[in-house]
Design a protein around this ligand. Structure first.
Ligand code: ATP
Length: 285
């Protein structure tokens, strides 16, 4: 089966910003979070995948088809949710549903109606009259109802209230599992990433990391609660809190040092994803 997304050696320069994606292959039926701080290049990457922005070099394929080719039937297999809903101000949600049902052969009207109802989106109001948060929710209902095998979501829960966010995340997980969908979403919300993602990719200063399996990634870090504050920096140490709690990205090296220096460990734990993500989002870390 052809991979939903295959990116090889892609580069893009915008003024003094450079984006490099060496190798990113997304397997069918997986959920991948693209994690990066503001300005890290997440939206630019998504726009390149949708051929809205052209890369300078390298290749991007969706289900084996180059996104830069003239033939663009691959677009029917992917639902892209941009950060904002542009160009639809004069339409109502109902009109947009009718429009999308003509374009997307598997349009799921029942899902569109139930999502809109649960998320409190009035389908009879014109888009320009909706608040930013309600526009985001309409955008989400439209994206999921396209019922494509591949979903590309750019910060889907930004500006959403908590009940809607919870409902959306649960529905996305359910739909993804029941219909074996592939999801790639951009986020810097640790909660969303923890709940949704199977795999993680970090974008830092325009460079994409390799693809990490989420649990393998968190278990490569360790938090050590020491009895006394160490005098010097410890091998593997990337953060020290309350003077005695050491977060390490090299637990073996840290433990080796602790043992050789007779430091007493009060407790040792695999950290939560939300403890690690902020450190990785900091520029130049
Ligand atoms: N249309 C544009 N004109 C000029 N610079 C741009 C444009 N679009 C993006 N950039 C620059 O490209 C870089 C990456 O921006 P991008 O929007 O892809 O980041 P992002 O990770 O999606 O950020 P955010 O989390 O704030 O949405 C930034 O330095 C930004 O200033």
């Amino acid at each position: 089966m052809t991979a939903p997304l295959a990116i090889n050696k892609v580069t893009k320069t915008i003024d003094d910003f450079q984006l490099h994606i060496n190798n990113l292959h997304i397997e069918e039926g997986t959920i991948t979070a693209i994690i990066g701080a503001n300005g890290a290049g997440k939206s630019t990457l998504f726009k390149m995948i949708m051929n809205l922005v052209k890369q300078e070099s390298g290749s991007i394929q969706v289900y084996g088809e180059s996104v830069n080719a003239q033939e663009d039937s691959w677009k029917q297999h992917i639902a892209y949710q941009a950060q904002t809903l542009h160009g639809y101000d004069a339409f109502t949600g109902k009109m947009l549903g009718t429009l999308m049902s003509d374009i997307y052969p598997n349009w799921d009207e029942a899902l569109y109606r139930s999502l809109s109802q649960k998320l409190d989106v009035p389908l009879n109001k014109r888009v320009k009259k909706l608040s930013p948060g309600v526009k985001t929710k309409l955008n989400i209902a439209l994206t999921l109802a396209k019922n494509t095998p591949f979903l590309l979501l750019d910060e889907p829960t930004a500006a959403m209230d908590i009940p809607s966010r919870t409902y959306f995340l649960d529905t996305l997980l359910q739909v993804t599992e029941e219909r074996n969908k592939t999801v790639v979403f951009a986020s810097h919300q640790a909660d969303d990433i923890k709940k949704l993602a199977d795999y993680l990719v970090f974008l830092q200063d325009g460079k994409a990391s390799e693809l990490f399996e989420k649990d393998t990634f968190t278990s490569s870090y360790r938090q050590f609660w020491l009895k006394d504050e160490p005098e010097t920096s410890i091998p593997g140490e990337i953060q020290r809190t309350y003077k005695k709690v050491i977060l390490s990205n090299d637990p073996d090296a840290t433990l080796d040092y602790i043992t050789h220096n007779n430091l007493e460990v009060m407790d040792e734990q695999v950290p939560e994803l939300e403890d690690i993500i902020p450190l990785l989002l900091t520029k130049g870390e």
